[in-house]
Design a protein around this ligand. Structure first.
Ligand SMILES: [Zn+2]
Length: 258
């Protein structure tokens, strides 16, 4: 990372808050599996984006007391502890962009008592709607998380987004859908140019490099378009950051991505 960041230029850190030994254990993919490496570990990330003035979190990780019982084979190191290794105190975080509401991206909301969660209305409508207990449509978000989301809304702790928006100078959300109905990808201005956090519209570098949509999608056409949007937005293909690629971390728990 550079020595002095400006207020609209950010660094991006990838914090691994847990890992499953293989995609085969973790994935219930109803459709294409062309993107799933057979025995590759599946890391669960949180992203920390920092400027001179701001620390913004992307996704919340997993709270196993919300997801209990956890699907077999996932180990979670602890969101608070993992962030502490990145020098971030969870209780001081005030801004969390939620890319989508799958359990590994959202159930850690419990760990951020002072945060506002930035979520797309399309995503909220889906997860609070009539299909919210269908695991193929939601990835199995527990009822407790549904109820807690309603409470967070009532307490003014959710900022409901209506599409693309520059939330902070140099940080823009892009409503993509695809992997889930209201998935938002994020463009971030960095020292190397515009980076894109693709979230789960690209699990792996493979999805980006080979232009293959992920095997778990709500809307295939949007998944395909999301990859196109990544390419159009990022200053270079190297600055498109996939959601769950073990190659990014290897055995490390914390990586300075940009
Ligand atoms: Zn997901």
């Amino acid at each position: 990372m550079g020595a002095v960041l400006q207020s609209n230029v950010y660094s991006i850190q990838a914090v691994k808050i847990g890992q499953s030994p293989s995609w085969n254990v973790s994935m219930i993919s109803p459709v294409l599996r062309s993107d799933v490496g057979k025995e590759m570990p599946l890391p669960f990330p949180i992203w920390v984006i920092k400027s001179k003035d701001e620390t913004i979190l992307v996704d919340t990780g997993i709270d196993t007391s919300v997801t209990d019982p956890m699907p077999i084979g996932k180990s979670v190191y602890g969101v608070v502890e993992s962030l502490a290794e990145a020098g971030v105190e969870a209780s001081k975080i005030t801004k969390v962009i939620v890319t989508h509401m799958h359990i590994d991206h959202f159930t850690g909301y419990t760990k951020f008592p002072n945060a506002i969660f930035y979520i797309q209305r399309t995503e909220l409508d889906h997860y609070l709607g009539p299909n919210n207990q269908n695991k193929y449509l939601t990835g199995g978000l527990p009822m407790r998380a549904v109820q807690d989301t309603i409470a967070l809304l009532r307490h003014g702790r959710v900022k409901v987004l209506e599409g693309d928006e520059e939330l902070f100078p140099g940080v823009k959300v892009m409503l993509a859908g695809g992997h889930s109905p209201g998935l938002q990808m994020i463009s971030v201005e960095t020292e190397k140019g515009t980076a894109v956090l693709a979230s789960d519209n690209a699990y792996l570098y493979h999805n980006i490099r080979e232009n293959v949509p992920v095997g778990w999608y709500y809307h295939l056409g949007q998944s395909v378009e999301a990859l196109e949007l990544c390419r159009k937005t990022a200053s270079s293909p190297d600055l498109i950051i996939p959601g769950h690629d073990y190659a990014l971390w290897g055995d490390k728990r914390l990586v300075d991505v940009v």
